[in-house]
Design a protein around this ligand. Structure first.
Ligand SMILES: Cc1cc2nc3c(=O)[nH]c(=O)nc-3n(C[C@H](O)[C@H](O)[C@H](O)COP(=O)(O)OP(=O)(O)OC[C@H]3O[C@@H](n4cnc5c(N)ncnc54)[C@H](O)[C@@H]3O)c2cc1C
Length: 340
């Protein structure tokens, strides 16, 4: 039986970033991770450039993409930029790097340590070990046990994905409302493999239907997934607050994810960092307001889109055209502006 000032459940980007911030401030902090290795996670690994402005080194990038091929209603829109628009990052490498940073700062990370029960001031692991805490942080992802303990609901998108051992050339996104509702399909290439998947918030079908649609889409595309393992995972994007007495929720456990794109690495980093600062100083106001406003807006958009498939088609068209023209304009005007 050991006591820590702060126990963090889950060693994803959110938990590891919080651990680093808290340990740097001299707190006695432990991260409990159920998996034997920190990092691997069912994820497409798409990383926007802003992630690398948060202390994550660009050296972790597998591939950078200046072009996103966006498919909608049988047409392809090439969204192009001089600078890269999206990169891919191997989650194992990202997790290992972040774990080292947290440990360097003084945090303790315990793998093979699944939390199975939470009580007022302690957590109990599957191997019967017990740890006491002053503060508990739930950073345990979409199916968070800490969130369940707090009796908070989730709202989720379901995703299916294959990892194919062949590198594709282009990063591609597919809006197919009939197959994926308000979600989308993706091809995210790495150096030696490619993640191909789809996600949807299931308003128009159930999980089995989505799986069937995914496979018929792969067939239509002529993509052979024989020999690869189908992975399935939810993404929770229901935000209900981050502080509940001495318990905090960060990352996907707290619903910090974009409902429209499913991107959760960046919100995980920011919520982990900002809420850790709040624990250090109860007067600190976490800088998450603009992220939350954008998320709430996306949730409302999803509610409206889910009323009608035709609406979805129009919305995706407008969004794609907006991205297309804004990158064209950005490319045209970037040079003169940056010369100033
Ligand atoms: C198929 C798919 C594709 C995605 N693609 C992208 C993408 O391209 N870009 C992007 O930005 N986001 C993507 N996401 C979302 C992104 O993966 C998550 O939002 C992000 O990882 C959340 O970070 P986190 O630290 O909150 O949680 P996680 O990364 O989920 O980490 C939670 C950790 O907690 C551990 N854990 C869980 N329960 C327990 C327990 N009881 N005890 C101990 N440990 C526990 C888990 O093992 C895990 O290591 C994708 C998600 C899915 C499902």
């Amino acid at each position: 039986m050991e006591k820590f000032e702060i126990i963090i459940v889950g060693a994803g980007p959110a938990g590891l970033r919080a651990a680093k911030v808290l340990a740097e401030a001299g707190k006695k902090v432990i991260v409990l991770e159920k998996n034997p290795v920190v990092g691997p996670k069912i994820c497409a690994g798409g990383a926007f450039p802003k992630i690398f402005q948060q202390g994550i080194p660009e050296g972790l990038i597998e591939r950078k993409f200046n072009l996103i091929k966006t498919h909608l209603s049988g047409r392809t829109y090439n969204i192009k930029s001089r600078d890269y628009l999206l990169a891919t990052v191997d989650r194992r490498n990202l997790g290992q790097w972040m774990a080292k940073e947290a440990e360097k700062a003084g945090a303790k990370i315990l793998t093979n340590s699944q939390v199975i029960s939470i009580e007022k001031d302690k957590v109990i692991l599957k191997n019967s070990q017990t740890f006491y805490f002053d503060y508990l942080i739930g950073a345990d992802g979409g199916a968070s046990l800490v969130r369940k303990y707090l009796n908070l609901p989730i709202r989720f998108a379901l995703c299916y994905q294959y990892t194919l051992l062949q590198p594709f050339e282009n990063l591609e996104v597919f809006y197919e409302p009939k197959l994926f509702g308000a979600g989308y399909g993706w091809i995210f290439p790495y150096k030696n493999f490619t993640k191909i998947g789809c996600g949807s918030d299931l308003k128009f079908h159930n999980g089995n239907q989505l799986k069937e649609n995914f496979h018929s889409w792969l067939k239509k595309m002529g993509i052979n997934y024989e020999g690869s393992e189908l992975e399935g995972q939810i993404i929770n994007y229901e935000y209900r607050g981050y502080q509940f007495g001495n318990i905090f929720l960060i990352g996907e456990a707290g619903g910090f994810v974009s409902g429209l794109s499913g991107a959760g690495i960046y919100p995980g980093l920011i919520s982990g960092q900002e809420i850790a600062k709040r624990i250090l100083n109860p007067k600190y106001r976490p800088k998450i307001t603009s992220m939350l406003i954008s998320q709430k807006f996306q949730e409302k958009v999803l509610d409206v889109l889910n009323l009608n498939r035709t609406l979805m088609e129009y919305f995706f068209k407008i969004m794609t055209l907006y991205l297309f023209f804004s990158t064209v304009l950005f490319n045209l005007f970037k040079k003169p502006f940056s010369k100033r």
